[in-house]
Design a protein around this ligand. Structure first.
Ligand code: FRU
Length: 517
């Protein structure tokens, strides 16, 4: 490949590589599997927060799975994530003991596991993030005791048996109530976190004759609302105070229920998807992280529900603005990448155009040089010029005619013009050879050979001989010189050898040319 083609090709490739490199992200890509235990408004909020947080990590892909409270399904989902080669798993174990072996299997494969909101039964997990469910149960117990003026009967409706929040909320609540001899937990009925299970639990208690109670502590707000519906169904409106946990700030959520006096209290069970993703990224990127992160929480009562609601609204507004900002950034980024693509294409086209122009110019120059060379050695005698050269033998200068090129080389500085000058002024010198010409042109012998060969297809020696013979032909045709005189005048030292070369070149003897003139 010619050097200039090589250079152009290299430039083109470099441009393309730079364009590709700048359009690709250099960050390592992470895939995180999120194994949710169920689907409800609390989980939706958490998933949405995770996705919003992931927006700030373009190298993160979140894959969600929902086990619908089916432990076996969650087991399979965890193992599937592992088979898919995810970089990390975030899991809310449906129940602690049953899901532990699957989590351990995943850990054995070297995949880090974060458990959130709910715990596993062993110590084999990478990190846990969630609320202190014992403390929540305990605080709720204290609150209920206060509301009951330390006297009365309580019914507890629990979350799913075997899930860590259920176990811990129950223990905390029981520990607090135990401090009040005037309060008795008369029944602990099992639910499964869903509203209809709260309804069922309360309905069967009431059917079973458990009607004498002043307070209901449900392990979440949905269970609490189910229990209230059941009491209503039994015509026991406002029969007892009911409190729950979660305090979601959504229509129909815990905060609204407390504001409206439907629930006597709730407890914020924070989702904190942003914190969860931050923890995940710290682990994935090898940054320091805390193995146990306790999320802050707060009791929501009729006294503070409005303020908390207002603050949530403020946050929601800010989030809305952030969301709009994100959309704008997305829009600009899309525009930017289009512009970048257009720029890269334009650069490539420009480069191609430059390469094409350079090549065309080179070809044109090559043609010009060839034309100049061919005209330089043309045998047209109409351009014969008379020059004086040193005489041979008697020392008298000899007038001689030489053939000038039909067209002068377009550029006097060009190689062809300079070569012509050197040949014209030295042709009569029998010692004129390639080395003399090369040194007069300031080139190496090899350089001269290459250039002459490229332009004429002949060697420099052949070129000198051709120039001599063409000049000789012009002089003979003018008829004023003898063959011997012409032979010497064009640099042959032997007329006999001149005659031979002349015949070889023109196909007839110099004498024949002379007779024809
Ligand atoms: C949401 C939920 C919450 C509850 C938590 C316990 O799926 O049921 O209502 O507080 O899970 O893990």
């Amino acid at each position: 490949m010619k050097p200039y083609y090589k250079a152009a090709f290299t430039m083109l490739m470099a441009t393309l590589i730079i364009a590709l490199a700048t359009s690709c992200s250099h960050q390592k890509k992470y895939v995180i599997g999120v194994a949710q235990c169920s689907e409800d408004s609390w989980r939706h909020k958490l998933n949405a927060e995770l996705q919003a947080a992931a927006y700030f990590h373009p190298n993160v892909e979140l894959r969600f799975a929902n086990a619908n409270d089916d432990v076996q399904l969650q087991r399979r989902q965890l193992l599937q994530f592992a088979r898919d080669g995810v970089d990390m798993i975030i899991v809310a174990p449906i129940t602690s003991r049953e899901i532990t072996p699957a989590i351990e299997q995943v850990m054995d494969r070297g995949i880090p596991v974060i458990t959130f909101d709910r715990k596993t039964h062993s110590n084999r997990y990478t990190a846990y993030i969630g609320c202190d469910n014992y403390q929540m149960g305990y605080t709720m117990g204290k609150y209920v005791a206060g509301e009951m003026h330390q006297h009365g009967k309580v019914v507890e409706i629990t979350g799913m048996q075997g899930s860590s929040p259920m176990i811990e909320r129950h223990r905390g609540f029981a520990a607090a109530i135990k401090q009040y001899p005037g309060i008795t937990i008369i029944a602990t009925a099992p639910g499964n976190w869903k509203e209809h299970s709260g309804y069922r639990a309360m309905d069967s208690l009431l059917r079973g004759g458990v009607t004498e109670f002043n307070y209901v502590f449900a392990h979440n707000d949905r269970l609490a609302l189910g229990a209230i519906k059941a009491m209503k169904a039994h015509h026991l409106n406002n029969h007892a105070q009911v409190c729950g946990i979660d305090a979601l700030n959504v229509p129909g959520g815990g905060i609204e229920q407390v504001q409206q006096g439907v629930l006597s209290a709730s407890y914020i069970y924070p989702t904190k998807g942003d914190k969860l993703l931050e923890l995940a990224m710290n682990i994935l990127q090898g940054k320091p992280y805390s193995r146990h992160t306790k999320l802050q929480s707060a009791l929501v009562t009729p006294e503070n529900a409005d303020v908390i609601h207002m603050q949530y609204e403020e946050i929601a507004n800010s989030q809305q603005r952030l969301h709009q900002l994100n959309e704008m950034i997305d829009h600009y980024l899309a525009q930017l990448s289009l512009q970048r693509l257009a720029l890269v294409l334009a650069a490539c086209l420009l480069l191609l155009a430059v390469v094409a122009i350079v090549m065309l110019l080179r070809i044109a120059r090559l043609r010009q040089s060839r034309n100049a060379m061919s005209s330089l050695f043309s045998s047209d005698i109409s351009r014969v010029a008379t020059v004086e050269t040193p005489a041979y033998g008697n020392g008298t200068p000899v007038q001689q005619q030489i053939t000038m090129p039909q067209e002068a080389a377009p550029d006097n500085d060009s190689f062809a013009a300079r070569l012509r000058d050197v040949l014209q002024s030295n042709l009569c010198d029998p010692s004129l050879d390639v080395d003399t010409i090369a040194s007069q042109l300031g080139m190496s012998r090899a350089g001269l050979y290459r250039k002459v060969k490229a332009l004429t297809g002949q060697s420099a020696v052949e070129l000198i001989r051709e120039a001599r013979l063409k000049r000789a032909h012009a002089m003979i045709s003018s008829g004023e010189r003898s063959v011997s005189e012409v032979a010497y005048a064009v640099g042959f030292s032997s007329p006999a050898y001149f005659t031979k070369c002349y015949k070889d070149y023109f196909g007839h003897t110099p004498k024949h040319s002379k007779n024809q003139s």
